[in-house]
Ligand binder design. Structure first.
Ligand code: E4P
Length: 217
């Protein structure tokens, strides 16, 4: 399973990239606004900076909801760098845009996916990634991880090549469960990624090894 970080914060991207385990970045308009990135020029420049920092794919989300607008925005994003992937919402015009991008060699990530039916549509339209939002599903009292499992099953049966990008991750356990459920990618905020490191027995064991190493001297 690939690891993406879900942020527009450059310091956080660098922190995980420096560990050598980062495969890509996802952003969305909320995450860009959180970093104070506003206006087309600043947004394009920020995507360029991120795309230059990491080797893997960087999702840049369109804010248009009509076909022509999405195509125009997507073309501009795709021209920034080859590792930019255009993030398109799962709406009717979005499906049309996904197909157009796919036919024209522009890679995409279909976002705001909350059901297996939507995931089938994204795959049929040729999306490179599909992003089920598992945390938001859990928040609404459904089972987000179960959706990942269902989509993975359908994609395997049907031979769809779209990669399942588990999004809206809230905890280290979500990451582990998504790996078990067959996600191809997990996009996570910094905290759940660092949370994977933690185990009290590791800390206790290390403290003992270091203490014993000192006493041997
Ligand atoms: C996905 O690409 C989205 O940016 C993200 O995972 C949404 O997560 P949230 O539900 O924590 O906002």
């Amino acid at each position: 399973m690939k690891f993406f970080i879900d942020t527009a914060n450059l310091a956080q991207i660098k922190e995980v990239n420096d560990l050598g385990i980062l495969d890509g970045v996802t952003t969305n308009p909320t995450l860009m606004a959180k970093e104070g990135i506003k206006g087309e020029a600043a947004i394009m420049n920020h995507y360029k900076t991120i795309a230059e920092m990491v080797k893997g794919d960087v999702s840049a989300e369109v804010i248009s909801t009509d076909f022509d607008g999405m195509i125009a925005e997507g073309k501009k994003f795709a021209a920034i760098r080859p590792n930019i992937v255009v993030k398109v919402p799962m709406i009717k015009e979005g499906v049309r845009a996904l197909k157009w991008f796919s036919d024209n060699g522009i890679r995409t990530n279909c976002t705001l996916v909350f059901s297996a039916g939507q995931a089938i549509l994204a795959a049929k339209a040729g999306a490179n990634y599909v992003s089920p939002f598992i945390g938001r599903i859990d928040d609404a009292n459904w089972d987000g991880v179960q959706l990942i499992e269902q989509i993975a099953n359908i994609y395997a049966i049907q031979g769809y090549e779209t990669e399942i990008l588990a999004a809206s991750i809230r905890s280290p356990l979500h990451i582990v469960k998504c790996a078990e459920a067959g996600a191809d990618v997990c996009t996570c905020p910094l905290e759940p990624i660092l949370g994977l490191l933690k185990h009290p027995l590791t800390d206790i064991g290390l403290a003992k090894f270091l203490a014993d190493a000192k006493s041997e001297k």
